[in-house]
Design a protein around this ligand. Structure first.
Ligand code: SF4
Length: 691
């Protein structure tokens, strides 16, 4: 049997692995790829378990009684399913306008699929209604990086550079649990004297191994960053030459941070002044230094400004664009990076172009062979679109690809109601997810090992996902599904991944995320190619900013930002803060990992992490069921007592239905990111058997 080199289907590390079809199962082995260097986590090691899982969708499903979602789903032919979808689309657009049909994509789609979905909606449906679940992940850091640096590539350097940094400030990131093979770079740095500082309300596995752990109240990371910059200014640690020659706007930031004196920041965040000063000392004097943020800092209603505050700090210390140094954001989803570059975002065209930019519209319209005036204008962001589903003026027919909105959207009970209010819901998935259970039509899609495509990992390295085996007979790839639907709507689209990628290359040419010079062959030969790569003889760009920034004047931009209280503060009725996040064993909404035996044995159910002091106050013992309640809903979880979490904060993982019933959909004004990471809750011991 032939072995195929490919990549893990889960997170943005995109670890290399080799698949060998064997009877009865596929053999999966780690591969010595530059990112994971032979490492895999438990999720990656068990990924092949899903290929022949008994829950696998093997044919399209439609409702026994069309239009009645209470009637059971039954198997159908592709022709029947596609006919129902086409009728729903044409009826809705005739009666309610083009934008009444929309799509919701995902950060796990290959570049080809994300590109094809964006094109399908703009060209075949001629609709403005498209966004994707990356809006719930990377949008705040992306908005801040675009604003400050002129480009959003999560890590502007290869991951291996982390090993060369002598100080690393990790803000709201827990790579030890989320992407364990990445820890080899932090470990390598530590072995030669690197100091790591982790900012997290919980003593996570990553925080436990760090030199310093700063434990702020969720939602105060911006105040912390401004406080660090305040100290850096007062103690004379600025890189004045760098600020003068490579940046603009620092005077306003200097003035803005005046009021963030250490005692005030200690009061706001709960982080002792001594730790603030030690952090600044390390960043400024124990270089090269690096600042990395992740969702803990970014998934807030002020997430963009929070990421900006850490960018301000990195720029003021002169870190960005120097070896083993700089600012980065750690992308989470498998193709979270590529998925936000090629057009499934409401305001975006391929190549990270803006949909409201006339030159961008003209370029992409020419590649697509359409009149630029026919391209729709930017649509609504993810939560705003979901919030209006089924209403007058909202989307009434929705196609969902690679996303489990019913579990992963904030205020999920409300969003579930909106999904139920749709005239027609189509879900493409590999399993009957909680969202698929609500659908009129469910389409079975190919898994990662059964299709060709490219992914762009957290470093901006474009990789090849290769087909190791054929999908089951009645399962199609999303490219085939989109091409078939486009054909029924009167437009030819290719379903061949290489053809789609070559078109993506042309559409991205000259854009910020320029893939023009990246070919399948080069990716193969070079173990991935870093964008921007404008020509086939261009080497790609592993490291950005050494010579300047892709802004109008070539300089990075400071922006003055200020602390705001989280959108919802604790009060008498809801006295604690809920923060959500990941467990090591599971991924995203758990639609895949909750079906892997080894992972569910290791962690069968969600655990609410509660400080013993808080637990004592409410008579809660380790292992009790507790009810967490916010203004939007309630969830019952088993308690895990831990003195590693703040006594005023409760942590709940989002891999199961429940946590997002509580979360707050208050949106960041710039990125439209919901406030996943801080909302006010009450907690009660739950009587067993009464749920
Ligand atoms: Fe897969 Fe991420 Fe685990 Fe690597 S770290 S094996 S990419 S889930």
């Amino acid at each position: 049997m032939t072995a195929t080199d490919t990549h893990c289907p889960y997170c943005a590390l995109q670890c290399g692995m080799t698949l060998t079809p064997e009877i009865p199962r596929v053999k999966l082995e780690p591969r010595d790829f530059p990112v994971n260097k032979g490492g895999l986590c438990a999720k990656g090691f068990t990924a092949a378990d899903l290929l022949d899982h008994r829950d696998r969708l093997l044919s399209p499903l439609v409702r026994k009684e069309p239009g009645n979602r209470l009637s059971p789903l039954r198997e159908a032919t592709w022709d029947e399913a596609l006919t129902l979808i086409t009728e729903a689309i044409t009826t809705s657009q005739r009666e309610h306008g083009r934008d009444s049909v929309g799509a919701f994509g995902g950060g796990g789609l290959t570049n080809e699929k994300a590109y094809a979905l964006g094109k399908f909606v703009r060209v075949a449906l001629k609709s403005a209604s498209i966004d994707y679940n990356g809006r719930f992940c990377m949008s705040s850091a992306a908005t801040a990086a675009n604003r400050a640096l002129g480009i959003d590539r999560g890590l502007p350097f290869p991951l291996e550079d982390v090993a060369g940094a002598r100080t690393v400030l990790l803000v709201g990131a827990n790579p030890a649990d989320a992407m364990p093979p990445s820890m080899q770079y932090l470990d390598a740095g530590r072995e030669v004297g690197a100091r790591h500082i982790v900012v997290d309300p919980r003593r996570t596995t990553t925080a436990a191994g760090a030199h310093l752990h700063l434990q702020p109240l969720p939602g105060t990371d911006l105040a912390l960053a401004n406080g660090l910059l305040h100290i850096a200014i007062r103690e004379g640690h600025l890189d004045e030459d760098y600020i003068r020659t490579r940046t603009t706007g620092f005077d306003a930031v200097r003035a803005a941070t005046n009021s963030y004196w250490p005692e005030r920041v200690e009061r706001l965040t709960g982080v002792p002044e001594t730790r603030l000063r030690e952090t600044v000392r390390l960043l400024a004097t124990h270089g090269p230094a690096m600042i990395l943020t992740a969702r803990g800092a970014e998934q807030h209603s002020n997430g963009t400004d929070t990421a900006q505050a850490y960018l301000n700090l990195a720029l003021a210390l002169g870190l960005v664009g120097k070896p083993f140094s700089g600012y980065g954001t750690i992308t989470g989803q498998g193709n979270g990076q590529g998925g936000r570059e090629h057009g499934q975002k409401a305001d975006q065209l391929p190549g990270y172009r803006k949909l409201d930019d006339p030159a961008a519209r003209a370029h992409v319209a020419a590649v697509w062979g359409v009149d630029q005036d026919e391209l729709p204008r930017p649509g609504l962001s993810a939560y705003e679109m979901l919030d209006r589903l089924g209403t007058d003026g909202g989307v009434r027919v929705l196609m969902v690809l690679a996303s489990n909105i019913a579990v992963s959207a904030p205020h999920s009970n409300h969003i579930r109601g909106r999904l139920e209010a749709l005239d027609f819901l189509v879900v493409s998935d590999i399993f009957r997810s909680e969202t698929a259970e609500l659908a009129d039509v469910v389409l079975p899609t190919a898994q990662w090992a059964e299709e060709e495509g490219t992914m762009t990992n957290l470093e901006g390295r474009v990789l090849r996902r290769k087909r190791a085996l054929a999908p089951p007979p009645d399962v199609r790839t999303d490219l085939e599904m989109l091409a078939a639907l486009a054909g029924r709507l009167g437009r030819f689209e290719s379903s061949d991944p290489r053809t789609v990628f070559d078109e993506l290359r042309r559409a991205s040419a000259g854009g910020i995320a320029d893939y023009q010079g990246i070919t399948y062959e080069r990716i193969e030969r070079e173990d991935g190619v870093f964008w921007p790569c404008p020509a086939e003889d261009h080497p790609g760009t592993p490291r950005l900013f050494a010579d300047g920034f892709p802004t109008a004047d070539g300089r990075a931009r400071f922006f003055a930002v200020h602390h705001r209280d989280p959108a919802e503060m604790p009060d008498r009725q809801y006295p604690y803060v809920l923060t959500t996040g990941r467990n090591m064993q599971h991924y995203q909404s758990g639609n895949q990992t909750r079906r892997v035996k080894a992972l569910t044995v290791a962690l069968p159910e969600p655990r609410a992490e509660i400080h013993p002091d808080l637990a004592r106050r409410h008579g809660i013992a380790d292992g009790d069921l507790v009810e967490l309640r916010s203004r939007r809903g309630a969830a019952v979880l088993r308690a895990r007592l831990s003195d590693g979490i703040r006594p005023d904060t409760v942590f709940a993982p989002f891999h199961w239905p429940g946590a997002n019933a509580l979360t707050n959909p208050a949106l960041d004004p710039h990125s439209r990111m919901p406030a996943f990471k801080a909302c006010a809750i009450a907690i009660h011991r739950h009587e067993r058997g009464t749920d």
